[in-house]
Design a protein. Structure first.
Ligand code: ADP
Ligand code: MG
Length: 243
């Protein structure tokens, strides 16, 4: 059985940049695991997810369950980084969650009562059903993040990519998101999460991929977080008590 995500010699060079954002990264995602993608600011973590989703040009090869990406997009759910979303867009929490169902509804078709019920059930999973009719701009940052997670869940995929879902959220939201990640894992899904906080990687994730333009290390989270690897990735001495 081909793995959920196989990346070979992935490189990304943004227009007019001197250096590639990513260079020659090869990686096989661990099936049914919760993997943290870590590395300093500007390391290429978001670039990695965008490239494997086919959202930006890259060189190298990406296969999803053994097939080219273009045939497998329905098997992937993606939650973008918070800063890339327009939170002033006038849309309700329920509509955001329902957007996750578009793959199933089709863009031009009507959202039926049944779709709304389904979208509501995803809002319920993130404890946001009571806010279904609220405009997203009126919600707190943590609540917005949960609504976005509901949309991601509604995509009902096999492979989940999430870009910093836990950055800057309140403790209630953190607990809800972590429990959802664990549930997805229990259901056999493969989940890759860009994570900003080295201290908590070992608590929340079983595997880690450490990037800084190239792949520095991958494997069990606690084995990746060695002082040596972190020094290579961060280029300056960092806390050594994170493992
Ligand atoms: P991370 O998510 O790890 O913080 P990114 O993947 O966002 O890092 O960025 C990696 C590098 O690519 C950074 O140097 C960043 O400035 C650059 N970069 C990201 N997006 C673009 C873009 N659209 N155009 C040019 N350079 C970019
Ligand atoms: Mg990023």
């Amino acid at each position: 059985m081909p793995g959920p995500l196989s990346v070979k010699n992935l490189s990304v060079h943004y227009h007019l940049q001197d250096e590639p954002a990513l260079s020659d990264v090869s990686y096989e995602a661990a099936p049914g695991h919760l993997t943290a993608i870590i590395g300093p600011n500007g390391a290429g973590k978001s670039t990695f997810l965008k490239a494997v989703m086919g959202l930006i040009p890259y060189t190298g090869e990406v296969k999803v369950f053994g097939q080219p990406l273009k045939d497998q997009k329905h098997k992937i759910a993606y939650m973008p980084q918070r800063s890339s979303v327009d939170w002033d867009f006038p849309i309700s929490a329920l509509d955001v969650a329902a957007m996750g169902l578009y793959g199933q509804i089709g863009f031009m078709r009507r959202v039926t009562k049944q779709h709304k019920t389904e979208a509501l059930s995803y809002l319920d999973q993130v404890d946001m059903a009571d806010y279904a009719d609220r405009q997203i701009g009126q919600l707190s940052g943590g609540q917005q993040q949960r609504v976005f997670l509901a949309r991601t869940l509604a995509q009902n995929a096999d492979l989940y990519f999430m870009d910093e879902p836990l950055a800057g959220v309140d403790i209630t939201t953190e607990k809800i998101i972590i429990s959802i990640l664990e549930k997805l894992k229990k259901d056999g899904k493969t989940i890759l999460v860009v994570h900003h906080d080295l201290q908590s990687v070992g608590n929340f994730f079983d595997k880690a991929l450490l990037l800084n333009q190239t792949k520095i290390a991958e494997g069990p989270a606690k084995k990746v977080l060695t002082p040596d690897n972190l020094a290579k990735a961060y280029k300056t001495p960092v806390l050594t008590d994170v493992a």
